[in-house]
Design a binder for this molecule. Structure first.
Ligand SMILES: NC(=O)c1ccc[n+]([C@@H]2O[C@H](COP(=O)([O-])OP(=O)(O)OC[C@H]3O[C@@H](n4cnc5c(N)ncnc54)[C@H](OP(=O)(O)O)[C@@H]3O)[C@@H](O)[C@H]2O)c1
Length: 343
């Protein structure tokens, strides 16, 4: 199908990039957004594709992205026809009555779920998506509201994004529908490929990454700070615990994954790859994972609950979760004082 009709749910960092590349590939794009964002989204977006060298030079001009439709209610979805509905919201947003309503309105469109949680597939199925219409994907791009603090290279604010080399986003599900999703994205220049089992593929790296992210947050969002504070070591242990939990549910992890739970190896890898990454990585991690902080906490709590249920050790994960609760309670307590200070 050369001109699929695609509904992109959520017009945030990932939604804008997916929608732009769908459109570039010839798809007819519609955004489904909360009513409060509707007018803003309809004005279109400025995007900075960082894989293009000229978009990352000082004074870089963005690519304009518009020419799409915007809806914000299930009834508007029901009044149109869609071939693909792509859920780009974070995991916690999958809950609530809006998703079953949207699914019911979307006819027999393929539903593409990109969320990283172990329970997210079940949530989407429970919202009424039959297995034979569900395609699951893993996001392997980096996308953020630019400029990040300290970034001065962009002509004006926009969404900057980067496709890491040799890491196409994998998709799995019913063969013809998965092939159609991959083809539509690739036609628009978004690196994508078919995979046998994305939930399994995504489950393990997420399990390694989440404890490290909490470790980073507890260390003040720098690798050096986390190493000094000792949280990086706990993050590595937490990663091994989370991998064991995922293993108990999904089977053997990919070869070599365990190495990533060794903090020294992670640091060496980051040091070696840093010159190749065209954005300030730690600042991006701080901004992004503060934005989706609720999702990280839920993922961590999920590993703990599942580990406890399976009788597996989760002490490092519990230590991280307790640290996170303390840190966020502290930040919340500080917030009104900061606001008072500013006024
Ligand atoms: N950005 C990245 O680099 C990146 C990389 C890998 C994976 N991911 C994953 O991709 C997911 C989305 O991340 P993101 O960076 O795109 O987040 P984001 O910028 O916050 O975008 C999500 C958007 O969805 C909206 N939304 C939430 N519930 C909705 C609903 N019921 N209907 C319509 N819109 C709704 C949100 O609105 P509100 O803000 O009002 O809730 C927000 O605008 C997360 O799971 C994240 O971990 C992101």
């Amino acid at each position: 199908m050369s001109h699929p009709r695609v509904l992109v749910v959520g017009a945030g960092a990932v939604g804008q990039v997916f929608a732009h590349h769908y459109q570039r590939g010839g798809a007819e794009v519609t955004f489904f957004v909360r009513d409060k964002y509707r007018a803003d989204v309809a004005r279109g977006f400025d995007l900075y594709p960082l894989n293009q060298r000229r978009r990352r030079r000082p004074g870089a001009e963005p690519v304009r992205f518009d020419g799409f439709a915007v809806v914000s209610a299930a009834a508007e979805v029901a009044a149109r026809a869609f071939d693909q509905v792509v859920l780009t919201v974070a995991s916690p947003a999958l809950r609530g009555p809006w998703l079953p309503e949207l699914v019911a309105a979307a006819g027999d469109a393929t539903v593409v779920a990109l969320q990283p949680g172990l329970d997210d597939r079940a949530l989407v199925l429970a919202a009424g998506v039959p297995e034979d219409r569900l395609v699951q994907g893993m996001i392997s791009l980096v996308s953020y509201h630019a400029p990040l603090p300290g970034e001065t290279r962009f002509a004006r604010p926009g969404m900057a994004y980067w496709f890491p080399p040799l890491s196409p986003s994998p998709f799995s599900g019913p063969a013809a529908r998965t092939a159609a999703v991959v083809a539509a994205l690739r036609a628009g220049g978004l690196p994508a490929k078919r995979h046998r089992d994305v939930p399994r593929l995504a489950g393990f790296p997420t399990a390694v990454m989440m404890p490290y992210l909490v470790a980073l947050e507890l260390g003040g969002w720098t690798v050096r700070g986390a190493a000094r504070a000792g949280t990086l070591t706990v993050g590595g242990r937490g990663g091994r615990e989370a991998v064991a939990v995922v293993r108990s549910l999904l089977g053997k992890p990919p070869l070599g994954l365990g190495a990533l739970t060794r903090p020294w190896l992670l640091r060496a890898g980051l040091w070696a790859t840093r010159p190749l990454i065209p954005l300030p990585l730690e600042i991006y991690l701080r901004e992004h994972f503060t934005k989706v902080g609720e999702q990280t906490r839920e993922l961590l709590d999920g590993y703990i609950a599942k580990g406890q249920a399976a009788g597996l050790p989760v002490t490092a994960l519990e230590e991280l979760a307790a640290g996170l609760r303390r840190a966020r309670a502290g930040a919340a307590a500080d917030a009104p004082a900061t606001a008072r200070g500013a006024s």
